[in-house]
Ligand binder design. Structure first.
Ligand code: SF4
Ligand code: SF4
Length: 156
C-alpha cells in the first residue's frame, strides 16, 4: 500500500530545512539514524512498491554480474530485460520487475542492481542535496515517507 501523501506544510518545511547550511550536518546524521530505525521495523516483503513501480537503473557492472548469475550472455540479458530510458540510463524493461516473485522476494537478491540495494537512498551521502528525490520517493515508499516526516518533526 502506498504511504499517505505528505502534507503540503511538511514538504515545504522539509525543503526549507535541507537548504539551511547550518543544519545540514545534523540532518544528514539524523537521516542515517532514522533510516536504520525505520528499516528495523519495516517489512519490505509486505510492500515491494519499489519493485512493482520503479524500473531500477542497471549499470554495466550490474548487468554483467546478473547475467553471469543467470548463466546468460550479457547481450542476451540486455536484450531480454533492459531498455534505455528517457534520461539515457539503462533500466529494467518491465514493471513490476520480472525478478519479483509472487511472495515479493527478489529472485536475484544476491546480485541485484546497486540502485535496488540502495533504495530509497535515505542513508545516502549528501542527503540534503536531494530533497526532490526524497519527496518523490516518499510518495511511494512508506519508509521514506516516515523518515521525511520524522526529520521535519525532530528538527526545530
Ligand atoms: S524500500 Fe520502501 S517501497 Fe521498497 S519495499 Fe521497502 S518500504 Fe516498500
Ligand atoms: S531486481 Fe530485485 S530488488 Fe530490484 S526491482 Fe527487481 S525484484 Fe526488486
Amino acid at each position: 500500500m502506498k504511504p499517505a501523501p505528505l502534507k503540503a506544510e511538511v514538504k515545504k518545511a522539509f525543503k526549507k530545512l535541507l537548504k539551511q547550511k547550518g543544519k545540514q550536518r545534523h540532518i544528514e546524521q539524523l537521516a542515517v539514524e532514522l533510516h536504520h530505525e525505520v528499516f528495523a521495523v519495516t517489512d519490505c516483503l509486505a510492500c515491494a512498491n519499489c519493485c512493482k513501480s520503479i524500473p531500477p537503473i542497471v549499470t554495466g557492472q550490474d548487468a554483467r554480474r546478473i547475467a553471469k548469475y543467470l548463466g546468460m550472455k550479457e547481450g542476451d540479458f540486455a536484450d531480454t530485460y533492459l531498455r534505455v530510458d528517457e534520461d539515457g540510463d539503462q533500466v529494467m524493461k518491465a514493471t513490476p520487475c520480472p525478478f519479483l516473485d509472487e511472495q515479493n522476494y527478489c529472485n536475484i537478491y544476491e546480485v541485484r542492481p546497486k540502485a535496488c540495494a540502495e533504495y530509497p537512498h535515505t542513508d545516502m551521502r549528501d542527503f540534503c542535496k536531494h530533497a526532490s528525490l526524497h519527496l518523490r520517493n516518499a510518495q511511494l515508499c512508506p519508509a521514506a515517507a516516515s523518515i521525511v516526516n520524522r526529520i521535519v518533526e525532530q528538527c526545530p
